[in-house]
Design a protein around this ligand. Structure first.
Ligand code: ZN
Length: 362
């Protein structure tokens, strides 16, 4: 090919790329593998955030949860940018594993010997869940830290552009999106797919996920806690045992969007309220633990509980499921007796330090 012809091709390419340019300046990079449709929604969402006039003062609670002095489009987009650097398409774990490289062995991590709190669920997800969004950066940072290696992951961001994320901090900011993020049934406004309210819904999820880029030591990644007995998500890792985790962030942002949505009708506003309350419901306010008791009833039940928990490792399928149910019931019984005996220990959840460990490197 002659040089002039090649130049013409390149110009044609850059023009077509230019025509697709996003209408916002939010500094988050997208993988080329994301479908055009999904990319369009995400660009639109960021544009909505960037142009949103936060004409009502933010709740004190929002500022406290987010760690901000002020909430406006600038501080909100910056908050997101600090925690999200790249968005990639849904990719299965095997493929991800294959693409991970070790940049540096014996990398020096902060809090190298402190394990994050990861609560073990007592219920396993049923069926194939649909991916909405997940913070891969926090997971890969933790995986690298556990093996004392600095991991990296390549991302194609353009026709000739490849970037490399290095997981030197949970702030690496690698987010994966799936079909679930764009599903009609999650829309606040069912009549108009392009409604601002639908961007707000997806943005709240984005803010939730971004919070997983925070935390240090035992609070690394703000991993979810197991929802308590009696909760809709009992036994699942779908709650927070703190007051400023991902669910609090998502809830507060939903509330702020609701307050500042001038063109949301009552039906839409009602949906946003429901969504706010659903997130608030995931925040565990206090944790009850049976204190030490020497009553015969409690010690007998505790012995039985210990046996059942030990046997769990050797069980599977329906048998295991039944055993898990019995364990939950036993725990509830012990708790009820401790409550009546007055030996129960109640711990109130706290606002935890969200500062991340490590820092982003290029
Ligand atoms: Zn989460």
């Amino acid at each position: 090919m002659k040089l002039t012809k090649l130049t013409a091709v390149l110009i044609a390419l850059s023009l077509s790329a230019g025509a697709m340019a996003a209408k916002h300046d939010v500094n988050i990079k997208f993988s080329k593998g994301i479908s055009k449709k999904q990319r369009k929604f995400m660009d639109r969402d960021l544009e909505v955030l960037e142009k949103l006039e936060f004409f009502r003062d933010a709740d004190q609670e929002t500022l406290k949860v987010m760690g901000l002095q002020k909430l406006n489009s600038k501080t909100a987009t910056t908050w997101l940018e600090q925690r999200v650097a790249f968005v990639i398409e849904e990719t299965d774990w095997k493929k991800i594993e294959k693409k991970i490289s070790i940049e540096e062995k014996f990398f020096s991590f902060e809090n190298q010997n402190v394990e994050p709190t990861i609560e073990r669920p007592t219920s396993a997800p049923t069926g194939e869940g649909v991916v909405v969004m997940s913070n891969l950066g926090a997971a890969l940072y933790y995986a690298g830290k556990s093996s004392r290696s600095l991991f990296s992951y390549p991302i194609k961001t353009g026709l000739f552009k490849k970037e490399k994320v290095k997981f030197s901090s949970p702030r690496a900011g690698l987010i994966m999106i799936g079909e679930g993020h764009f599903m009609d049934r999650f829309d606040h406004d069912q009549d108009n797919k392009d409604a601002k309210a639908n961007s707000f819904g997806r943005l709240s999820t984005f803010f939730h996920e971004a919070r997983h880029s925070d935390g240090a030591g035992k609070n690394l990644g703000f991993f979810h806690a197991v929802c308590p007995d009696g909760h809709d998500f009992q036994g699942y890792n779908a709650c927070d045992r703190n007051l400023n985790g991902p669910y609090a962030v998502g809830a507060q942002m939903t509330k702020e969007f609701l307050k500042n949505c001038d063109d949301c009708d009552d039906v839409v506003k009602e949906k946003m309220k429901v969504s706010y309350l659903a997130s608030v419901d995931r925040i565990i306010i206090e944790t009850k633990k049976p204190g030490s008791s020497d009553s015969f009833d409690v010690t007998t039940l505790e012995f039985s509980l210990e046996m059942k928990e030990m046997l769990l490792a050797f069980q599977s399928g329906a048998e295991k499921e039944a055993a898990m149910k019995e364990i939950t019931e036993l725990k509830a019984k012990i708790l009820a007796i401790s409550e009546s005996e007055g030996t129960i220990e109640v711990t109130a959840s706290q606002y935890i330090d969200a500062s991340p460990e490590g820092e982003r490197i290029d």
